[in-house]
Design a protein around this ligand. Structure first.
Ligand code: FES
Length: 185
């Protein structure tokens, strides 16, 4: 498995003739393969093209299109542009990150939310803005942002419970069918 991964990373690097100046396209190709930038791939990249890992990480955090963790079910973007920042976006980001135990650019451990902070989502009149899966939430406060996200989290939990119940009842009816069959034999 690790070999296949290494092969893939080497193929990507080879596409750009190991040119350190092509670091960003290489990272983009890695991300398009995995949906994010796995740590071991970045280590391999760093060793092969002899660019310090710290530089690769600083590139990955500078560009908001790069992600260091797999995508969550919901993509949450907190606008940190000037207007949103002046209206308290920093406090919203802090509150959300501490409530869900995640950092900007990261994904919650249950893979429900991916968070990212970006510069201006183009709706300054609605500042501070949070965007969830492309839907804009305006005039956010730390409390309202947490409320919206907790609502989604509760919805998800409910759906998971329903799924688990369905699975259970399917298993039960299967068992019933088997025992009925046994009786007739
Ligand atoms: S600064 Fe946040 S939408 Fe423009």
């Amino acid at each position: 498995m690790a070999d296949a991964k290494e092969e893939l990373i080497q193929t990507i690097i080879g596409r750009y003739e190991k040119d350190p100046g092509m670091l960003i396209p290489m990272m983009q190709d890695i991300q398009s393969e995995y949906g994010y930038l796995p740590q071991d791939s970045l280590i391999m990249l760093s060793k092969t093209i002899t660019v310090p890992l710290s530089r690769i990480y600083s590139v990955s955090t500078f560009y908001s299109s790069f992600r260091l963790a797999p995508k969550g079910q919901h993509e949450v973007t907190i606008c940190m542009g000037t207007v949103c920042h002046l209206k308290g976006a920093g406090r919203i980001s802090e509150a959300v990150c501490s409530q869900f135990n995640v950092k900007p650019g990261g994904t919650t451990s249950d893979r429900l939310f991916s968070f990212q902070a970006v510069n201006c989502v183009g709706a300054c009149a609605l500042a501070p803005v949070m965007v969830i899966d492309g839907e804009y939430y305006d005039h956010m406060t730390p409390e309202s942002a947490i409320e919206v996200l907790s609502g989604l989290s509760a919805e998800n939990e409910e759906q998971e419970n329903k799924k688990a119940e369905k699975k259970k009842s399917k298993k039960k009816s299967k068992k019933k069918k088997t025992s009925n069959k046994e009786k007739t034999e």
